[in-house]
Write a protein that binds this ligand. Sequence first.
Ligand code: FES
Length: 124
Amino acid sequence: MYSEVVMDHFTNPRNVGEMEDADAVADVGNLSCGDTTRIYIKVKDDVIEDIKFKTFGCGAAIASSSIATEMVKGKTLDEALKITTEEIVDALGGLPPAKVHCSVMAADAIKKAIENYREKNKED
Ligand code: FES
């Protein structure tokens, strides 16, 4: 069964949507089920000023993306890069063992968005 936190984030996801003026975007897919997550970030002074996500996936994947975006919003890029799947699962109050893999996309997509941002903005 899902925890109350998971149900809350699944039925009322935070930071869901698209971002037209995003500084970086990343798409990540879950090979085991074919689900996908897209993350948009807006960065100012090395801090994640805004973040949005779109997840095509199960309830655990949506809840993971929702809570992960809350966890990294306002953090520096270096801090946000350290987010782990374990921290996301803990923040959700746990996930059923068969659904832990669903939380991986959120952390991976955030990391990839930051990498894309740094790649785009690196000085020559
Ligand atoms: Fe695909 Fe959960 S079953 S992410």
